[in-house]
Design a protein around this ligand. Structure first.
Ligand code: FAD
Length: 454
């Protein structure tokens, strides 16, 4: 093991989505940044691969990208999704807009976005990127990293002055913090796994189902979703129990898979010619919520992104929350300059309640997506809510909009959403159809409820 001098005064561990954005922000504040990434340079692998995994990007993410001037470049490769398209077991469709006209979330390719961000990171003066560098261990006392070069298998020790752990849900930086006194840590897995599948493009690279929507096949105890790709295909994700009557455990043969999809997702099956191969070749991945605290070790180490707060994907907010971490850190850098101790402390105090709320929201939304969106009463409630929001725009914003189309702190959004849900529980027994909203007793009840809201 040889000791190599660290060239930068800030070290970023992890060149994923959040690590790249964070590096850009730090460099814009005039810092020298050294970015380590375990994987090889993904841009070496040719054009964006056919099977691209995509993510939903929404307002918080856009705001963070705008902060370093890269939102427009990303928008060029993003597809707007204006609402949810629900598919029932007969192939019938119901569309539910996400927000008001003009409000959409955006499907972006994870690999495409990461490549674009790596391009920008490399062009940025002040950032040095090192690929194939895996962090094996962090010595917090000596402020040293044990790094493995995954190409040459050589190990070396790299000193750091200030370390940012953005190395994802299974963070090596966090595991060093986990061995310090009074460090809280929990991880919780769902009994569900997910598998990625593909709806192929139709002839001529067209989209076989509505392009500008996030498709959902809600089936009570499980669901499939699909997000559009630029090439006409859709990236589908099946969220499915590991065990039980309808589960990964019961689908063991290609014939069982096809029979099951034909029965529960009949309109999707003909669009998925690779289903049998993909189902058995693509991994079944688990779904975890990770909470920990503190995120900072003195003014030396700070965790951000999934390393600090990994959540389940049902609100489409994991990356958006990690990007918002960068927005908040940037504001603190503006306020406190080089007072890192204060910046780190304020960062974790500001962010922790909000990412905890987001973790709860993500689990809550799983139930809504897989189950409640198939219930006509629930859809009626959503319609009524949007009427309330139109009538009382100052007092009512649907929870989904607060999370997705605003930058209100997640904890406030969650508390507001729960208060609004309680009002809906009182109101809905008086409403059997959309027109009932105008009935005098409903309007009167609503006016009373609104009088209590600031
Ligand atoms: P990561 O993306 O995990 O990046 C970590 C980086 O660190 C990687 O490049 C990794 O190679 C590197 N690394 C790891 N360990 C080491 C080490 N020891 N040494 C050096 N480098 C290391 N979020 C959304 O906002 N919208 C969505 O629609 C959405 N959908 C999702 C769907 C699924 C199925 C899943 C699983 C997640 C989804 N997310 C979504 C969440 C999103 O993927 C994450 O929140 C986001 O990728 C976190 O970014 P990150 O940079 O913190 O971590």
């Amino acid at each position: 093991i040889s000791s190599v001098e660290n060239t930068g005064n800030l070290t970023v561990m992890g060149g994923g989505l959040v690590g790249c954005l964070l590096s850009l922000y730090l460099a814009r504040h005039g810092h020298q940044v050294e970015l380590f990434e375990r994987r090889p340079d993904i841009r070496g692998a040719g054009p964006v691969e056919g099977r691209s995994i995509n993510l939903a990007l929404s307002d918080r993410g856009w705001r963070a990208l705008e902060g370093v001037g890269i939102a427009e470049a990303v928008r060029e490769v993003a597809i707007a999704m204006h609402g949810r398209m629900m598919h029932d077991t007969q192939g019938g469709l119901t569309f539910q807009p996400y927000g008001q006209a003009g409000q959409s979330i955006y499907s972006v390719s994870r690999a495409g976005l990461n490549r674009r961000m790596l391009d920008l990171v490399e062009q940025e003066p002040g950032i040095t990127v090192r690929f194939n560098q895996q962090c094996r261990r962090v010595d917090l006392k000596r402020q040293e990293l044990e790094m493995l070069d995954t190409e040459t298998q050589q190990e070396r020790v790299v000193p750091y002055q200030r370390l940012f752990g953005v190395d994802g849900a299974y963070s090596a930086v966090r595991s060093a913090l986990q061995r310090t006194d009074r460090f809280n840590y929990s991880q919780e897995y769902l009994n569900y796994g997910y598998k990625e599948l593909t709806i192929e493009a139709a002839a001529g690279g067209q989209w076989a189902i509505e392009r500008n929507a996030l498709h959902i096949w809600p089936r009570g105890q499980y669901m499939m979703i699909a997000l559009p790709n630029l090439d006409g295909s859709f990236n589908c994700t099946l969220f499915f129990p590991y065990e039980g009557p309808d589960s990964f455990a019961t689908l063991q043969t290609p014939a069982q898979v096809t029979e099951f999809f034909g029965r529960v997702f009949p309109d999707a099956l003909p669009l998925m010619p690779q289903l049998e191969t993909e189902f058995f070749e693509n991994p079944t991945a688990s779904l975890v919520t990770i909470r920990c605290f503190p995120w900072a070790e003195q003014d030396h180490v700070l965790l951000l992104g999934d390393a600090a707060h990994a959540i389940v994907p049902f609100y489409g907010q994991g990356m958006n929350a990690g990007f918002e971490d960068c927005t908040i850190l940037n504001e603190l850098l503006h306020q406190h300059g080089h007072d890192w101790g204060r910046i780190f402390q304020e960062f974790e105090a500001l962010r922790k309640p909000n990412t905890d709320a987001m973790a709860d929201l993500a689990v809550y939304n799983f139930q809504e997506m897989r189950d409640r969106v198939a219930d006509p009463r629930f859809l009626l409630q959503k319609k009524i809510e949007s009427k309330i929001s139109a009538q009382y725009p100052e007092k009512w914003l649907p929870l989904y909009s607060q999370v997705t189309f605003s930058s209100l702190p997640y904890a406030e959004a969650w508390a507001n959403g729960q208060a609004q849900e309680r009002i809906m529980q009182r109101l809905m027994p008086h409403i059997q159809q959309e027109e009932d909203y105008q009935r005098p007793e409903v309007q009167q009840l609503l006016a009373q409820e609104m009088a209590h809201r600031s």
